[in-house]
Design a protein around this ligand. Structure first.
Ligand SMILES: CC(C)(COP(=O)(O)OP(=O)(O)OC[C@H]1O[C@@H](n2cnc3c(N)ncnc32)[C@H](O)[C@@H]1OP(=O)(O)O)[C@@H](O)C(=O)NCCC(=O)NCCS
Length: 335
């Protein structure tokens, strides 16, 4: 077996051809089961090249003579190259089935770790970062998909491989799924809405002429990712509709903008309620309203993640969502 860093072969092979070979290995691996999605050549190339953090310097290859039989990809965020204060990231590793159990995966992983170490990084994470860009199918569904994986699929071959190579799970994310044709808006939500209405608290579609206090809401909930979602939606020429909890006209809760993806997935950014209004059933009511609107809007299913210990899981499970997959965020200290 011949092992090389991609930068060594790029003089002889064009990056297009190398990416084509890598995509063949990727597809052969993922087509073994119904989970990660295969790529077209163009799709794989775009996936790598358009990612500002992808760099062939951290791609390692295993050849049997001239045949590419496996690869590993490490990632260093752009701007972090050579910076010992930044961690490296594990992106992916694939070895063709007929070449497994010969130590090739271990060698490719070791090369990736050595490469990151030489660049000055003292830890490697298998987490949200680039792995999150691989989309996957919810098992036992008709192509219900989710656009990213937040970490390593628990109990997969890859998970056990990383565990056995010294990676530790540091936290978990649950992926939730519901086929919206099974969704029934619970009667009990109307009681919650009635109760809150008496205090002037309602759940409504956001209307800039009617609702105010978004800046105060951002400052109150301190959730920069959600703030970014709301702001970028409102900057669109035609913002997508979204729901808010209105406390006498002041925004005190939000659930992400809704639109349908091509696959039929009802998009979901997240849900948040100001602390002063938590525990009044509004989380449940807001989420039920979102699922209802998404279904009315033609969405076939919904998928999203949340941290394994986030209380929001009570809201999701209460609405009938099931955990379809758990992902581990893993870390290894490079010695
Ligand atoms: C998640 C969140 C929206 C829930 O809002 P809420 O209005 O307090 O929730 P509700 O009052 O509707 O409660 C819904 C269920 O969750 C349970 N729950 C909510 N917070 C809980 C907590 N801290 N501990 C235990 N259970 C909790 C409630 O008991 C209820 O279950 P029940 O109907 O079986 O009694 C709110 O906590 C929040 O904004 N969190 C921060 C943002 C976040 O993490 N969002 C999720 C990521 S997408």
């Amino acid at each position: 077996m011949n092992y090389k860093c991609a930068k060594e072969v790029l003089g002889n092979v064009s990056s297009d051809n190398l990416l084509k070979e890598m995509r063949d290995v990727w597809n052969a691996c993922v087509n073994e089961e119904y989970f990660l999605k295969p790529f077209s050549y163009e799709g794989f190339k775009n996936h790598m090249i358009t990612n500002p953090h992808f760099d062939f310097d951290f791609v390692y290859l295993a050849y049997d003579e001239d045949k590419l039989v496996g690869y590993s990809i490490g990632i260093v965020r752009s701007g972090c190259k050579g910076n010992p204060n930044c961690s490296g990231y594990f992106n992916s590793i694939c070895v063709l089935k007929e070449y497994r159990n010969q130590g090739i995966g271990n060698e490719l992983l070791k090369m990736m770790e050595e490469g990151l170490k030489e660049d000055g990084h003292s830890a490697v994470y298998a987490s949200y970062f680039l792995p999150s860009t691989y989309s996957w199918y919810i098992p036992n569904t008709d192509k219900h998909d989710h656009p990213c994986t937040p970490g390593i699929r628990v109990n997969s071959r890859e998970y056990l491989f990383l565990l056995n190579n010294g990676y530790q799970p540091i936290t978990f994310q649950h992926a939730f799924h519901l086929n919206l044709s099974d969704y029934v808006y619970p009667e009990s939500i109307n009681e919650i809405l009635e109760r809150n209405k008496k205090d002037g608290i309602t759940i409504e579609l956001y209307d800039k002429d009617k609702h105010s206090g978004l800046e105060e809401f951002y400052a109150d909930v301190k959730a920069p990712d959600f703030e970014k979602c709301i702001r970028s939606n409102l900057e669109l020429e035609h913002p997508y509709p979204f729901l808010v909890v209105s406390d006498n006209g002041k925004v005190k809760g939000w659930t992400g903008a809704f639109w349908n993806e091509e696959s039929g997935r009802g998009h979901f950014d997240g849900i948040i309620i100001s602390e002063s209004l938590r525990g009044r059933g509004l989380g449940k009511a807001l989420f039920a309203s979102l699922a209802y609107y998404s279904k009315q809007n033609g969405a076939k299913f919904m998928t999203f993640y949340t941290g394994w210990d986030n209380h929001a899981r009570y809201v999701y499970m209460g609405a009938g969502f099931k955990i379809a997959q758990t992902f581990a965020i893993m870390k290894k200290v490079l010695k």
